[in-house]
Design a binder for this molecule. Structure first.
Ligand SMILES: C[S@@+](CC[C@H](N)C(=O)[O-])C[C@H]1O[C@@H](n2cnc3c(N)ncnc32)[C@H](O)[C@@H]1O
Length: 296
């Protein structure tokens, strides 16, 4: 076990100030989650600022750990171990855990709890400053919801990530996995490299303080063999971005900006994709078929 305080005071203070603004502007609805009388004491503010909604049910922690696919030779990264409920569930399943906790109180707590455990290392560090590890790893976390997009971006940009199993807001998990019958641009763009799955729902009452919405268990699995090679991926992304401009109102008219009507008609026929579909309703598989048809 190792405890490393790698946050310099001035940088840390700056980051705290920036995050304070970030949290309030992007997540106003979560402003009341401190559940501290008045909500103005220092720990209450820390709780809100760092999205500290602790999981209280060890069975759910065990389910998340099991469903993450972590195996005995895996290195695991955990974002924000907090009081360590997920760390405890993961510890017997993997080779090692490297945790990053921004709150010094909990970084110290985890380090002390695992003082005699060589498998667990906790760094007092903003996870978003962690460089991409060289070795393959799996990431498992009940993430601070206010940093969801940043954490997902970090995961997608890290080629050594094998998978990420994240407790996120329920709506976010549904949106990214097509569970509303619609597909987000980020999901489609990354689909050739990463499969997005919804593993389950967690009742909001399983957290303390109780947040305003339920949570979902979101799983990203990096494909061992990507569906497209790098130059194809670049072309695919260009096509998807064009499709998502929304120009014309449907996917055909958006793509029409760059491809002739005749060629496009043929490609939609070959790929068996509805040319009048609104872009959000086109599944990643349909996008891939369309890409194949256009490139052949
Ligand atoms: C939702 S709580 C989860 C805590 C614990 N894993 C659990 O399930 O009960 C999020 C945790 O992430 C920590 N945290 C917030 N932002 C962070 C960041 N940028 N880097 C590392 N940890 C962060 C919080 O202090 C908190 O402990």
């Amino acid at each position: 076990m190792q405890y490393r305080d790698s946050v310099h005071r001035s940088a840390h203070d700056d980051r705290r100030r920036r995050q304070g603004r970030f949290d309030r502007s992007r997540h106003p609805s979560r402003g009341g989650m401190g559940e501290h009388p008045g909500g103005h004491d220092r720990r209450g503010n820390t709780r809100k600022r760092l999205s500290q909604n602790f999981l209280t049910d060890p069975q759910i922690a065990a389910t998340v750990a099991r469903r993450s696919g972590v195996e005995s030779d895996d290195a695991v990264i955990e974002v924000g171990p907090g009081r360590g409920i997920l760390t405890r569930a993961l510890q017997p399943l993997c080779r090692e855990i490297t945790a990053y906790e921004l709150d010094p109180k909990y970084a110290k707590l985890i380090s002390e709890k695992h003082r005699d455990d060589p498998k667990v290392t906790c760094h007092h560090q903003d996870f978003l400053t962690v460089p991409a590890p060289r070795e393959a790893f799996r990431l498992v976390a009940n993430i601070p919801y206010s940093r969801t997009s940043d954490i997902i971006d970090w995961c997608l940009a890290t080629p050594t990530l094998k998978s990420a199993t994240l407790i996120t807001q329920w709506e976010y998990a549904r949106k990214r996995t097509g569970d509303y019958g619609r597909w987000s641009r980020l999901t489609v763009l990354s689909w050739p490299q990463v499969e997005w799955r919804l593993l389950g729902r967690v009742d909001r009452r399983k957290f303390n303080p109780v947040p305003s919405v339920d949570s979902g268990i979101l799983h990203l699995e990096r494909r061992k063999t990507p569906l497209l090679v790098p130059f194809q991926q670049r072309d695919f992304e260009e096509m998807v971005r064009l499709g998502f401009t929304g120009i014309g109102g449907d996917i055909f008219r958006s793509l029409r900006q760059a491809v002739s009507t005749e060629r496009l008609r043929q490609a939609f026929r070959d790929a068996d994709v509805n040319p009048r579909a609104q872009v959000g309703y086109v599944s990643p598989q349909e996008w891939l078929r369309l890409y194949d048809s256009l490139m052949s």
